[in-house]
Design a protein. Structure first.
Length: 415
């Protein structure tokens, strides 16, 4: 039965609309071994939730891949002193990120970073983000004819916010965007023609980014400010502080995770509203719907399709035995459309309550920047709805063939 199920998430059809594939997997084989992806695809809400709490599914998922690559090289008889490949060097740099670690390492890093993500620190950014959105929309409105809402609004906004948060000049946002794109080639499993060169491109971006953030860390150590980087340097734990290497890794993680996911959230939300004109009209008529609308938009077509886990102990999930050394793809986008959890899951209901979606993960690894991502999405979507009453889709969007992210290349509209 399992061999007959279409499970390639990187086809053009699945990239454009993965939900038919997810529906079939949930119905016919909800914990499915995919030969295509060499991983288990977990698609039901209950199973995804159980997996988040299962210690057999490790978030320390970069180091094992690096170790496998190094072992294969050793088995092939390559000289031990041969320089590491681009892929190995990229994985080595990413292996120190908090988001790919387990307790106790993860617990320590998250605790030391938590001060920079305090609710009150994020809340005071509301006016600043609103001003940035309005500035971008001013430029967008100055144009005529068909325009790409992603390149003009959804793409530059998070990069500018992150640059400001880290105390970097907003003019450096183009660098931030470039580095984020290079990292996405590896982290989100991009397919197609980019596959062969993605590690070389990502390595160049990582090296440039590492040098930049080391300079910024040195500057903030000498001259602390009110920015998030300075906040991560100060802690109540007098005997434990983030090292320079850890601070650089935190900056890289904030840049990558904060940029890609927020861009996708804004773009996907706008497209969902354009394709559901009744919901768009309701939001225009009643702006108080904005907060629940953002939660529903995140559930309906969120920024991340898949989160990966590495199996470290034999375990069972929905009657399937999963073995150490295997990979598991927790399909968040499928869990968020599970009819056993959500009534009429394929319907965009801006008043849906409760709405326990897993767009930002769950448990100890839930996204530390979720509050900021929600704020940026809420403000951007709210201002787009208010300031672009004539917004209309000009062409069907072009979707990226990425395994993990739910992202468009372009969203061409008229206003």
């Amino acid at each position: 039965m399992t061999g007959a199920i279409a499970d390639d998430l990187l086809t053009a059809q699945a990239s454009a609309d993965p939900y038919a594939v997810f529906d079939a997997l949930r119905r016919d084989d909800p914990v499915h071994w995919s030969e295509t992806h060499r991983a288990w695809l977990v698609t039901r809400y209950a199973d995804v939730s159980a997996a988040f709490a299962n210690k057999a599914f490790s978030n320390d998922r970069v180091r094992p891949v690096l170790a496998k690559q190094q072992a294969r090289r050793a088995e092939s008889g390559e000289a031990a002193d041969r320089p590491a490949t681009a892929s190995e060097r990229v994985l080595a740099l990413m292996s120190g990120w908090m988001v790919v670690s387990d307790p106790p390492v993860h617990t320590r890093l998250r605790k030391l970073a938590a001060g920079a993500f305090k609710g009150q620190r994020i809340a005071v950014m509301d006016a600043q983000i609103t001003a940035l959105v309005d500035e971008l929309l001013d430029g967008f409105l100055a144009g005529a004819g068909e325009q790409d809402l992603i390149s003009e609004v959804a793409y530059p906004l998070p990069a500018t916010v992150i640059a400001t948060m880290l105390g970097a000049p907003p003019s450096d946002r183009d660098l931030f965007r470039e580095w984020s794109d290079e990292l996405a080639l590896v982290a989100f499993g991009t397919g197609g023609a980019a596959r062969a060169e993605r590690h070389e491109r990502a390595l160049r971006g990582l090296n440039e980014m590492d040098a930049y953030f080391r300079g910024l860390v040195a500057q903030r150590r000498a001259e602390p400010g009110e920015d998030m980087l300075s906040a991560m340097m100060s802690t109540d734990e007098s005997d434990d502080k983030l090292s320079d290497d850890e601070l650089v890794a935190m900056c890289a993680l904030l840049l990558f995770a904060g940029h890609e996911t927020t861009t996708n959230s804004i773009a996907n939300a706008t497209l969902a509203l354009l394709r559901n004109p009744d919901a768009l009209a309701a939001l225009r008529a009643d702006p108080s719907l904005l907060n629940p609308a953002v939660e529903e938009l995140l559930r309906y077509d969120g920024p991340i399709k898949v989160i990966n886990r590495w199996v470290v102990a034999e375990t069972e999930l929905a009657g399937r035995t999963i073995s150490p050394g295997e990979r598991v793809h927790l399909v968040l986008a499928s869990a968020n459309r599970d009819p056993e959890k959500f009534t009429d899951p394929d319907t965009l209901d801006l008043t849906r309550s409760p709405n326990p979606h897993v767009a930002f993960g769950k448990g100890i690894h839930a996204c530390i920047g979720a509050q900021l991502a929600r704020m940026e999405t809420r403000i951007a979507v709210g201002r787009i709805v208010e300031r672009l009453p004539g917004l209309a889709l000009a062409h069907e969007p072009v979707w990226k063939d990425a395994l993990a992210s739910r992202s468009m290349e372009t969203l061409v509209v008229t206003h």
